[in-house]
Design a protein around this ligand. Structure first.
Ligand SMILES: [Fe+2]
Ligand SMILES: [Fe+2]
Length: 341
């Protein structure tokens, strides 16, 4: 399959259906029409802020500075799948499959661009690659959704704490930090292209449905919701891994050419040093973030939602919690969170 991927001539993806044409042209405004072609050169608008200040983005202090990733950690990340173990897990996995199907549909993914459906979060080879414009559309839609669950969960745990007059066991900080991190992913990709009216409408509608569904679902079963987010993050790691493979295979020349420059916001947020300010390093950093979300949410889904403390803010875990989560694809089991303290 690898050779078929490499040998595939890199032509602009021909939409399979009329709706795909409509989506792809309305998703990006006319001035970004060049993104729809195979030899994409993504132009960046000039940034007003200086590069090199990792604690500021656009003059505003970072709420949660990132600190960057160690090279060995970002290279260690791999796609994975935590097998469902009970009815709640199976429900979360089923809903995730529906979300993936919807995502493939709205981003105009053709049948040949899909991976083996029996291993949707670990199989990363497809007959036909995605184009840069398809990747960007997918990233922007994915990240606009990904920023929702952490904020919903953090909000509800905050309300629960002040309503029930009790501590939250340290979960809120991690949840809000996750949603902030997702928003930084979105802002980074928005510096590469501006969505058109159709994409904006889809994001608007998706947020309305997703926020409210998450809100009521989290009230009913926070454990299933964390498992669901863990599965969504498996999808995110899969997405960025596949993008990296296609980039390494020379199938995304618009992002690997010498003239391509990543947004300043990314340089600042991840503290990327000279020599690492490439699209490959940016995607590696974002993938590591997604891997840490995957580990955190699968862990939170393993805990008692009312009484267990958040292990990722405890002494001993705090300084390395992102790395620990990123290298634990199926999360920490409940017993491990106490043993490792
Ligand atoms: Fe993300
Ligand atoms: Fe994520």
């Amino acid at each position: 399959m690898s050779s078929s991927l490499k040998s595939h001539s890199f032509q602009a993806s021909r939409p399979q259906f009329l709706w795909a044409i409509a989506i792809r042209h309305a998703a990006f405004p006319r001035r970004h029409a060049h993104l729809l072609h195979d030899t994409v050169v993504v132009t960046l608008k000039p940034s007003a802020h200086a590069v090199g200040q990792t604690e500021f983005v656009g003059g505003i202090p970072l709420t949660w500075p990132h600190g960057g990733w160690r090279e060995n950690i970002i290279l260690e990340v791999t796609p994975s799948h935590r097998k469902p173990r009970n009815a709640g897990d199976r429900l979360a996995w089923r809903v995730t499959r529906i979300c993936r199907w919807a995502m493939d549909l709205v981003t105009g993914m053709g049948p040949e661009q899909k991976v083996d459906s029996k291993h949707p979060t670990t199989a990363t080879r497809a007959i036909k690659p995605l184009t840069e414009s398809q990747w960007l559309m997918r990233f922007i839609f994915l990240e606009s959704i990904a920023g929702v669950p952490g904020m919903v969960a953090g909000t509800l745990r905050h309300l629960h704490s002040i309503r029930r007059l009790k501590h939250d066991q340290g979960w809120i900080k991690t949840l809000l930090e996750e949603s902030y991190n997702e928003r930084m992913h979105l802002l980074t990709f928005l510096d590469m292209c501006k969505p058109g009216w159709l994409m904006r409408c889809m994001i608007f509608a998706a947020q309305g449905v997703f926020y409210n569904t998450m809100f009521f679902s989290y009230l009913v079963s926070p454990r299933v919701c964390h498992r669901f987010v863990g599965y969504l993050e498996e999808e995110a790691v899969h997405t960025y891994t596949r993008c990296l493979q296609e980039m390494d295979s020379g199938l995304l020349p618009g992002w690997t050419g010498p003239g391509f420059k990543i947004p300043d916001i990314a340089v600042q947020y991840w503290g990327l040093q000279e020599g690492r300010r490439t699209m490959r390093h940016l995607i590696l950093s974002i993938r590591a973030d997604e891997a840490s979300h995957r580990g955190v949410n699968h862990t939170l889904g393993n805990l008692d939602q009312d009484s267990d403390p958040n292990p990722f803010v405890q002494e001993g875990f705090r300084s390395r919690h992102m790395e620990l989560a990123a290298t634990k694809p199926t999360g920490l089991e409940r017993g491990e969170t106490f043993k490792s303290k």
